[in-house]
Design a protein around this ligand. Structure first.
Ligand code: NAD
Length: 453
């Protein structure tokens, strides 16, 4: 549920009051409900001249998802009540900085009429070594453009970028899955992000989107509450059989989650030296296979470094980082094929946070090891990615002092904290077969938190 301030500025008298006083007014974000339309209105697909063919491919895919797709804004010009659900700006073929202006301005001219919870998605190519300077400049430019546009959007609208790498094509499964994720309500709290997408297989058929994890077996650590419980529920909704893992003292809550998702519970401290073996044994013994591992278990032991003791430092490193390394080493060593691993990082690991030198070390470490593990998992036809949440409303963040918590909430483009389900949706996307071309990446789920590098 939205925090109290967000609720107040969206209801009755307090809404009017906040408007009069010019107070910041975070919007109620639209989240995924099965059966609801993918976007909140028609989608405009625009491109520069060199990207028309790719824009045609994307428009065709969007039509296949039952969206109302337009290739020009002209027919809507006289209709003052018309609202766009999304704008997809395709710049895959752009070679010079001068060539994007028409398409960019066409997209811009629709933004005043972008519906609440609307979407802006750019599709372009990542700068690669060997690019001519003008090409690299154009490709890099899209990133700064998108991040700025995301900051200009209002009323729960978001902007995100799909960046094709390594010769990936727009009609590949992963490129289209990424476009779909960013258009959908599943990415409600993902804003201002650039996701590199590499080559993958052919596009999936329409039935896939109902239950993308059908037949898969997933393990989620730290799943007795908070973000972990939300991940377990979301993976189960998408069709996976879920094994939920947590420490024995959380056993009762863990059983409740396992029952809710119709999965099984494994009481296990992830720092145990044989945790990897226990996980593999349980998943294959009880469910016949292991496809997805979500390293979510994590702890905070905040202290200024000057006051840090060994217990606080070591326990955070052991739970948040060393356990993940050890479990993955075991699973990869055992030759588990086609694993999709997703780890919980944090924006603290990207920007740093006072009092969290131990936590930030662990979360930066997660990001570093995600990149380094990517080729090892790819050799077994799998992927590993990380999700970096910003401020998410959970028991963990409820322990933060009120004033700090309130500032942290408002310091994002969406002016509010995220919900556990927002992190879960990003993980379900990264763990899905269609995301096979996304490997070694970090996706922030932070409402475009104003911290970062
Ligand atoms: P939480 O404290 O509510 O839940 C963490 C769960 O992990 C608990 O159920 C706990 O029992 C379990 N756990 C702890 N140590 C364990 C161990 N050794 N073995 C097995 N299970 C263990 O936390 P949360 O807010 O849901 O966070 C989940 C993850 O997301 C963590 O990795 C956290 O660092 C990360 N994260 C959270 C936020 C946020 O704003 N809440 C932001 C960034 C990152």
């Amino acid at each position: 549920m939205a925090d109290k301030y967000t609720q107040a500025v969206n209801t009755g008298f307090t809404r009017t009051l906040a408007k009069r006083l010019g107070l910041p007014r975070p919007s109620l974000l639209r989240r995924h409900t099965p059966g609801a339309p993918l976007t909140v209105g028609p989608v405009l697909v625009v491109s520069d001249d060199a990207s028309v063919a790719d824009a045609d491919v994307i428009a065709k895919a969007l039509l296949g998802w039952d969206l109302d797709v337009r290739r020009s804004a002209e027919s809507t010009a006289g209709d003052e009540h018309f609202r766009w659900g999304a704008v997809v700006l395709v710049l895959t073929g752009a070679q010079t900085p001068e060539s994007v202006s028409g398409a960019v301005l066409a997209a811009g001219s629709t933004l005043r009429r972008l519906a609440p919870n609307g979407r802006v998605v750019t599709v372009s190519r990542a700068p690669e070594s060997g690019d001519a300077p003008a090409v690299a400049a154009t490709r890099a430019g899209v990133e700064g453009f998108l991040r700025s546009v995301a900051k200009e959007l209002r009323a729960g609208a978001t902007g995100n970028a799909v960046q094709l790498t390594g010769g990936a094509e727009v009609d590949s499964a992963s490129a289209l899955a990424a476009v779909r994720f960013f258009l959908s309500a599943k990415s409600a709290y993902v804003d201002g992000q650039v996701l590199p997408v590499g080559p993958s297989g052919a596009a999936v058929d329409t039935a896939y989107w109902e239950r993308p994890l059908e037949g898969k077996v997933a393990v989620v650590t730290g799943a007795a509450r908070g973000i972990g419980a939300a991940i377990a529920k979301t993976l189960a909704r998408d069709g996976a059989t879920v094994v939920v893992v947590d420490v024995p003292p959380a056993g009762e809550a863990l059983t409740a989650v396992a029952n809710e998702v119709k999965g099984t519970a494994l009481q296990l401290d992830v720092t145990a030296p044989d945790a990897g073996a226990k996980i593999l044994e349980h998943a294959t013994g009880r469910h016949g296979r292991l496809d997805i591992v979500v390293h979510n278990a994590g702890i905070l032991r905040d202290k200024l470094l000057a006051n840090m003791d060994a217990a606080k430092w070591d326990s955070v490193i052991a739970v948040n980082l060393a356990s993940q390394l050890r479990i993955d080493e075991y699973l990869l060593g055992a030759g588990v094929e086609g694993l999709h691993i997703v780890s919980l990082a944090s924006t603290s690991g990207i920007a740093g946070n006072k009092g969290q030198s131990n936590y930030a070390f662990s979360k930066s470490g997660v990001i570093g090891r995600t990149a380094a593990t990517a080729p090892l998992v790819a050799a077994l036809n799998g992927t590993i990615n990380a999700v970096a949440p910003g401020f998410i409303e959970t028991d963990m963040t409820r322990s933060i002092p009120f004033a700090t918590r309130e500032v942290a909430r408002r310091l994002s483009s969406l002016l509010q904290g995220g919900q556990p389900v927002d992190v879960a949706e990003a993980i379900a996307f990264l763990a899905s077969p269609a995301a096979a071309g996304v490997n070694g990446q970090v996706l922030r789920v932070c409402g475009q938190n104003l911290v970062g590098k």
